[in-house]
Ligand binder design. Structure first.
Ligand code: SF4
Length: 333
């Protein structure tokens, strides 16, 4: 085929979220004979698990890059603002394409692709939004969207016939029927359609805003926002209480240097105080909150605590009422 005349023009970097459209875009281009490097750009609120899982399921090699610093900086003042919650989708896509462009230069690939579908998402995938994303990226003329490209303006890979436009698709709109039929035909495994990242989740973004407004938005603190119920006890001091096993494990995995709390005589939630330097009163309050989230434990009861998850001390506390618990809670979920 004509498009294979220059090896650089036969390889592309794909933005890969792990969702159906991104899997299809990669597979479609691979089937046309292109070498596709699927790339996932992660941050604490853009965890890579889904991308990793569905890349593996579909035999796609995945490159994961952490872009926390760049993403947090962009979020301070996104040119196109935020969506319903704290989701700066247009700027976010622009940034991801920018990072993909750098990867393209690094790997010597020729162009960029994504699974974006014209008209699928209200904020980020209407025609003007796609153009805005191109402009922000700095690589606009090298982007093609295989699923919708027949409906979009030609960019260099199409103009120069690295890619045969006739082999690309003309999908648009919110319905996923066509994509689902293609997935079936191509034997693709994919997740149920989801919203966006954690920045589209109300409860998560309330917690994130609280942190950013206080100037406490370090990557370590933001990573903790995924897990548990969050309580503000003082400036620089939060208590996080796991709601379930996954939360407890998540908090432990983060290995945050703080004071961990757990019930001595009952199974129950894990608590994490985000400072090692707390007064006796605050420690007692934190222990009471942790105890209050164990339905089975009697009150009063002993709560063990210690730095870095070595809980070698204990304190006797009583449970709190619901109104008292809500006083310190940052976002209800
Ligand atoms: S939903 Fe999240 S990851 Fe997706 S574009 Fe919006 S901000 Fe970025």
């Amino acid at each position: 085929m004509e498009q294979h005349s220059n090896s650089k023009h036969t390889s592309a970097i794909a933005l890969f979220s792990g969702g159906l459209d991104s899997i299809l875009a990669v597979k479609w281009m691979q089937n046309l004979g292109f070498r596709v490097y699927a790339a996932h750009f992660s941050a604490p609120y853009l965890p890579p698990e889904k991308a990793i899982h569905y890349a593996r399921e579909n035999g796609i090699e995945l490159i994961v890059r952490d872009i926390t610093a760049e993403h947090l900086q962009m979020m301070q003042n996104p040119v196109h603002g935020f969506g319903k919650h704290h989701n700066p989708c247009i700027d976010c896509h622009g940034l991801m394409f920018r990072m993909a462009g750098k990867l393209m230069e690094e790997l010597g690939a020729g162009f960029l692709i994504s699974g974006e579908v014209l008209g699928q998402r209200p904020m980020s995938q209407h025609r003007n939004a796609l153009r805005a994303v191109e402009k922000l990226s700095g690589y606009g003329d090298l982007i093609i969207r295989p699923l919708s490209q027949k409906l979009l303006e030609d960019t260099k890979p199409v103009r120069e016939v690295w890619v045969d436009k006739a082999a690309l698709l003309d999908i648009s709109g919110r319905s996923r029927n066509r994509q689902m039929a293609m997935a079936k035909e191509m034997g693709i495994t994919y997740p149920a359609p989801g919203g966006g990242c954690l920045l589209t989740d109300r409860s998560y973004t309330l917690r994130l805003r609280e942190l950013l407004d206080r100037g406490e938005g370090s990557p370590e603190n933001i990573r903790l926002l995924r897990w548990g119920r969050h309580f503000r006890l003082a400036d620089g001091i939060k208590l996080i209480v796991g709601r379930n096993q996954a939360d407890n494990e998540g908090l432990q995995r983060e290995a945050y240097h703080g004071i961990y709390l757990k019930l001595r005589d009952w199974k129950g939630p894990l608590g994490l105080l985000t400072s090692n330097d707390v007064s006796g009163d605050l420690l007692a309050r934190a222990a009471s909150i942790v105890l209050s989230y164990s339905g089975k434990a009697t009150s009063p009861a002993y709560v063990k605590y210690g730095i870095d998850n070595i809980c070698d001390r204990e304190i006797l506390v009583g449970k709190l009422g619901e109104a008292e618990l809500k006083q310190d809670m940052i976002a209800y979920d």
